[in-house]
Design a protein around this ligand. Structure first.
Ligand code: NAI
Ligand code: MG
Length: 338
């Protein structure tokens, strides 16, 4: 029986994660749900953003769905971002972010790309320090081992999904040691996948192309910070943050999460778009539980619901009628059961 560790987290996480669980249950009635705590509210109550028993529950289940955390913008003694903690503690080495077109005015047609980002090191390795009062330094860590792991994930994904090309995105002209190591390691892994074409782009050029012609991309593999920024930008082509799912992938464990944060500006109003969270659940179906037919069914139900004109405020045209988180979820579930 598949088990899912569910961490709603903060803000709209508490609204969109129950919606995603409802949809998963519609296609997988035998799903066992294990609730767990993580996030800022958890830190304030317990002094840690991810308690040990939460990490244990995620490991035990092998699959988790996480909402979002409301991280403070300043350093708070003892606090570490819940998702960064999970990525490092569970060695979730790759972050997979698909972006595709949806029947929405805000979505660009013909887009079907996946950004695979290294998830444990790079500029997010957490090595920040002050030297005196006026200099702050962050170290950017690139290892062969982590580059190789993320490359394998990217090429396996390309192969299993019948994709043609992997594009390596880096900045080896300015960072020849770190990004040179990343690029060369990915190229070495590529030799084991002769059926997949490989090319490379400097990150600034990649940003331009992502805006100018996103249909040129298939699978993109890149380092942590570049992938974070490029994937949020690319998410615009799918209709925005309310539509953008992700999967943090490790060995025998995966944590799915919508790309968006806690959205304090709309939290508690019942109007958050649940689709990013629901699509994150579909990534678990497809990649973790080996249920591609159910994943396809969920994506089709979302497409049909959007075709029928249902919109939460974030994806609605100005002045158009909108529905609530519950309204959108109910329509999707209904189409799954039809
Ligand atoms: P955000 O993603 O929470 O919100 C950005 C904008 O998009 C807001 O206007 C929000 O209302 C809208 N939005 C986001 N998701 C939506 C949805 N599902 N439906 C409708 N509208 C949606 O990013 P922001 O405002 O920069 O950060 C807010 C808090 O979330 C901060 O504390 C930040 O640290 C945290 N955050 C957490 C992340 C995570 O847990 N992985 C990722 C990004 C931010
Ligand atoms: Mg981000």
């Amino acid at each position: 029986m598949p088990k899912l560790c569910v961490m709603e987290g903060d803000g709209i996480g508490r609204e969109v994660i129950p919606a995603a669980v409802q949809v998963l249950r519609a296609v997988m009635p035998d799903l066992e749900v294990v609730p767990a705590e993580a996030g800022w509210a958890c830190f304030q109550k317990r002094g840690t953003s991810v308690p040990d028993e939460t990490l244990e529950a995620i490991r035990e289940c092998g699959a988790a769905l996480f909402g979002a955390v409301a991280s403070p913008a300043r350093k708070v003694e003892g606090y570490r971002s819940a998702i960064v903690t999970m990525r490092q503690a569970l060695n979730l080495h790759a972050n997979v972010r698909p972006v595709r077109s949806w029947p929405l005015a805000s979505s660009r047609p013909g887009v079907d790309l996946i950004i695979v980002r290294e998830n444990t090191e790079g500029l997010y390795a957490g090595r920040e320090r002050l030297e005196g009062d006026d200099t702050a330094i962050a170290e950017r860590v690139i290892t062969r081992a982590a580059s190789e792991r993320v490359a394998r994930t990217a090429f396996e994904l390309a192969r299993s999904r019948g994709r043609r090309r992997v594009t390596i995105v880096h900045k080896a002209n300015i960072l020849p040691l770190t990004d040179g190591l990343f690029r060369d390691t990915v190229r070495d892994v590529a030799t084991h996948y002769p059926e997949v074409e490989v090319d490379e782009l400097l990150v600034d050029t990649a940003a331009l192309w992502l805006i100018r012609d996103p249909t040129r991309f298939d699978v993109v593999v890149t380092t942590n910070l570049f992938g974070d920024i490029l994937s949020d930008a690319a998410a615009a082509w799918g209709g925005g943050l309310g539509m953008a799912p992700s999967l943090n992938w490790g060995d025998g464990v995966a944590v799915a999460e919508p790309v968006h944060g806690a959205a304090p500006d709309i939290a508690g109003q019942g109007i958050a778009n649940p689709i990013a969270a629901i699509l994150s659940g579909a990534l678990l179906l497809r990649h973790v539980w080996g249920r591609p037919a159910e994943a396809d069914a969920v994506e089709r139900a979302i497409g049909a619901t959007l075709e029928a004109g249902l919109r939460t405020p974030d994806i609605a045209a100005p002045g158009a009628d909108t529905t609530s988180t519950e309204g959108m979820t109910g329509e999707i579930v209904q189409r799954l059961q039809a």
